[in-house]
Design a protein around this ligand. Structure first.
Ligand code: CA
Length: 654
């Protein structure tokens, strides 16, 4: 990465606009601004876009065991310059990312002693800021404090009157099925008023708000074992603040209050702002200011894959079915088969080695499921008690490497505590030593991890496709949920959703004779999901026996649809209603439109990027799909008419 310092300015506090107002920082294009002030000995900020308020004045500061750094504060100095650099990634929504930001370091004193620097990055549509805490004089003269515990983060996000919310509640630890909560699997509710605090538990990141003057997506990034993951709580009205993990996470093991060395820093808090939702769908703020934490031990590869569990459930985790999936996966030209829970007892280690050898002979490799447990929930699924212990884990990983396993899916973490962040990081670092890729389920939002940990693939951290198996209610919500994820959850991190099926029912009989939700979305919708949800190694819910009965052009689409993307453009969307999104792989654009409005969605789309070789996949009013090649439009406009629960897809070359 090349960092260029373009300009450098220095303001002493004497140059501040007034005693209260310290500075107004502006994005490189001047449209996004962040005003910093000190009022009543508290540090505050507000955010505006085109001069119109996005966030009202909001307090800053941390309460620690060393001191209360949310009060007694005064502005000491602020230094402002500009940073610009590029970076590349294979696994993100864009492959070549250009970053230009206004960079500020605001020094705050407490009772005349330097307390912390608030480091701020202001891009055209994104703000990232973090606290860099300084060593403090100790009670004994001459000594100083070398560490601190963050008891309460006072960082607020005060939403103006008239804001509505698009939020998913935090699950209190130790609750839910087999005490596995938080599993980060509650639904998002669209366009709710502010003021509710989800029965005291607050809300998971990312949090989307529609303010009267524009959209704001609030999240955090750069979380490692050096801190906890946080969430937002609503104190009253439109006032939201950062909260430490809930005491009962991890079955009450580990502390809720993260510890840091001094000097030391918090993760980045991020705010992505736009008058429409494009800056949110297209943001790269989770990755811009984090760094790879280790070198990849090998060149990791990506692609599509399959998994039997979503249709066949636990019974499908047997030698015969997995071999069938390997054959099918090879036929589709995919990379990976994910073997889910109970493989150790239902297949056995020797047979897994034989399956892995068979898969490799067909150009496919296996991912193996593991329980993260441990001592923090009652989930009985095995293998257990391996991934939580360094000795057992590394021994297991050496065995996996010896039989050619691609990677692991580790489930049931159930905690945002710093101790759990340590476990995530330890699994990732060890897996890299053995050349293994990592997917997390029952897991918190990954916060910048695609760039920080080079063998990290993606996490669930969403009410994912398994719920389509569990019931019709979720099936009826499938299109509604799909209009939300690219604008919220999947906007800030790869999402291991595990969707895309042609089954009418999520069971092996594909009918009502056995348990399994009834799909209501169209086949074209299912194909669109492969484009909508981004994950570099994407396991699809295809069932070989059902899939072979489908029209060849549907399978051709799924054989060719990429899992790695070079660019993204949001065309139009309203979360909870409809979504029209384009992704580019090399020179091919995939434009997908889905509809959850309850009525037909008619649009004339301006798509100048489609120059030749254009194919339109669309649904009729009965959700029956068809495919046709169409001529490039002279005006670059294309009509779509998408029925409720259906989709339209345009594929073409630029
Ligand atoms: Ca799950």
């Amino acid at each position: 990465m090349k960092r260029l310092i373009v300009t450098s300015l220095f303001f002493a506090s004497a140059l501040a606009v007034s005693a209260q107002d310290v500075a107004t920082l502006r994005s490189p294009d001047g449209r996004l601004s962040m005003s910093l002030s000190c009022r009543n000995s508290s540090a505050q900020y507000s955010v505006a876009y085109d001069g119109k308020t996005i966030l009202d004045n909001s307090p800053l500061g941390l309460k620690t065991d060393v001191a209360d750094f949310s009060t007694g504060l005064e502005s000491a100095a602020i230094k402002v310059d500009t940073v610009a650099f590029n970076y590349q990634s294979k696994v993100l929504k864009k492959s070549d990312i250009k970053v230009k930001a206004t960079h500020a370091v605001w020094r705050l004193n407490r009772n005349g002693v330097p307390a912390f620097d608030l480091v701020i990055m202001l891009k055209n549509n994104d703000i990232a800021f973090r606290y860099e805490m300084l060593r403090q004089p100790a009670a004994n003269k001459g000594d100083s404090t070398f560490c601190a515990t963050i008891k309460d983060d006072q960082t607020h996000f005060n939403m103006p009157t008239g804001t509505t919310t698009f939020l998913s509640a935090q699950m209190p630890g130790g609750t839910g099925w087999a005490r596995t909560a938080p599993s980060y699997e509650l639904p998002y509710f669209a366009d709710r008023p502010t003021g509710d605090n989800a029965n005291g538990a607050g809300f998971i990141f990312p949090c989307l708000f529609k303010t009267p003057n524009g959209w704001a997506l609030i999240s955090e990034t750069g979380v490692t074992s050096a801190y906890c993951a946080s969430h937002l709580v609503c104190e009253n009205g439109g006032s939201y603040k950062i909260a430490n993990p809930i005491e009962s996470d991890y079955n009450y093991n580990g502390t809720s209050a993260p510890g840091i060395p001094l000097p030391g820093c918090t993760p980045w808090r991020t705010i992505t702002v736009g008058t429409d939702l494009a800056p949110i769908a297209e943001t790269t703020i989770p990755w811009d200011f984090v760094q790879p934490l280790y070198e990849p031990s090998k060149q990791y590869t990506y692609g599509a894959g399959t998994w039997s569990w979503i249709i066949g459930f636990d019974e499908s985790v047997n030698y015969k079915n997995q071999r069938e999936y390997i054959d099918f996966t090879a036929k589709m030209g995919y990379a990976s088969v994910l073997v889910d829970n109970w493989w150790d007892t239902q297949i056995g280690r020797d047979s897994i080695a034989a399956l892995s050898k068979y898969a490799l002979s067909k150009g496919v490799s296996l991912m193996l499921w593991y329980n993260s447990n441990g001592y923090w929930n009652d989930a009985p699924q095995t293998p257990r008690n391996i991934m939580n212990n360094i000795i057992a884990r590394r021994r297991e990983m050496a065995w996996m490497k010896s039989i050619g396993i691609r990677g692991i899916k580790v489930d049931f973490f159930g905690s945002d505590k710093q101790q759990t962040m340590q476990l995530y990081e330890d699994i990732l670092a060890d897996a890299n030593d053995f050349g293994l890729e990592v997917i997390f389920h029952g897991a918190t939002l990954p916060r910048g991890w695609e760039r920080m940990y080079p063998n990290f693939i993606g996490s669930e951290a969403v009410l994912a496709s398994e719920n389509l198996h569990f019931g019709d209610d979720f099936c009826r919500q499938e299109s509604y949920n799909a209009t939300l994820h690219p604008l919220i959850r999947n906007a800030v991190a790869s999402m291991d959703y595990g969707g895309v099926t042609f089954n009418d029912y999520f069971n092996t009989a594909n009918d009502t004779t056995i348990w399994g939700g009834h799909r209501v979305t169209s086949d074209i919708f299912q194909m669109a999901v492969a484009v909508l949800f981004q994950c570099p190694l994407n396991h699809l819910a295809l069932y070989p026996r059902v899939t072979k009965d489908n029209e060849p052009w549907k399978l051709e689409f799924l054989k060719n649809v990429p899992t790695l993307w070079d660019d993204i453009k949001l065309i139009d969307a309203y979360p909870g209603k409809y979504l029209i999104l384009a992704r580019r792989h090399a020179h091919t654009w995939y434009v997908v439109a889905i509809n959850a409005t309850g009525a037909p969605l008619k649009r004339t789309l301006s798509l100048p990027m489609l120059k030749c070789g254009i194919t339109l996949y669309s649904d009729d009013t009965n959700l029956k799909g068809s495919m046709k090649e169409i001529k490039p439009s002279k005006k670059s406009t294309y009509e779509i008419n998408v029925p409720h629960d259906g989709a339209a897809i345009l594929v073409g070359k630029e």
